[in-house]
Design a protein around this ligand. Structure first.
Ligand SMILES: NC(=O)c1ccc[n+]([C@@H]2O[C@H](COP(=O)([O-])OP(=O)(O)OC[C@H]3O[C@@H](n4cnc5c(N)ncnc54)[C@H](OP(=O)(O)O)[C@@H]3O)[C@@H](O)[C@H]2O)c1
Length: 154
């Protein structure tokens, strides 16, 4: 269901105990190309609005954020270190965190580092770091790529 349209969410009447929000536009180049879509998808305003419609606030919202809320100039970031994202994806995730904190009380935000798994195709194809570097190295012509693309896989 679309987390932007909010229509299907409104039709769910039973209150869940826990919601884990994994939805995101997480491909960096796609976020750079369409920052408006990145913000609309990654800031879960419709989800928070729907959860807030249950008056008791009893649903725990677990939101997947990212370590890319940080600038990435050091290791072992702490929760209260300054967030300083270097790309649209990171900025959208910071905005999501701020939106949730300001509008919902029963939440946990996980700033995960990279998660490994099979290559995904949804919403757009996304390679894992090794796959990305192999494709890059096999290219016959030099490719111009943004620092954001590199930062994504560091
Ligand atoms: N993968 C990592 O290494 C990593 C690291 C740190 C944090 N995270 C965070 O962890 C979460 C999950 O990451 P992931 O790698 O599993 O992401 P992903 O493979 O890109 O999957 C994102 C999911 O979001 C859903 N989605 C996209 N646009 C949507 C929309 N408008 N409405 C509803 N659903 C939408 C898609 O669902 P459909 O399949 O139904 O289209 C897709 O399966 C994300 O929040 C990401 O930022 C991931």
């Amino acid at each position: 269901m679309s987390i932007i349209a909010n229509t299907k969410l409104c039709n769910v009447n039973e209150q869940p105990d826990v919601v884990v929000n994994c939805a995101a536009l997480s491909v960096h180049d796609a976020c750079e190309l369409d920052p408006t879509a990145a913000m609309a998808i990654n800031v879960p305003s419709a989800l928070v609005k729907w959860l807030s419609s249950f008056s008791n606030g009893g649903t725990l919202l677990i939101h997947l954020s990212t370590d890319q809320v940080y600038e990435g100039t050091k290791s072992f970031y702490k929760e209260d270190d300054e967030t300083l994202p270097v790309n649209v994806y990171g900025r959208s995730k910071v905005e999501a965190e701020q939106f949730i904190s300001a509008n919902y009380s029963n939440f946990a935000i996980l700033r995960s580092s990279i998660i490994y798994g099979p290559q995904t195709v949804s919403p757009v194809p996304k390679s894992l770091p090794v796959q990305w570097w192999i494709v890059f190295l096999l290219m016959e012509k030099p490719r111009i790529f943004t620092m954001n693309s590199v930062v994504q896989y560091m």
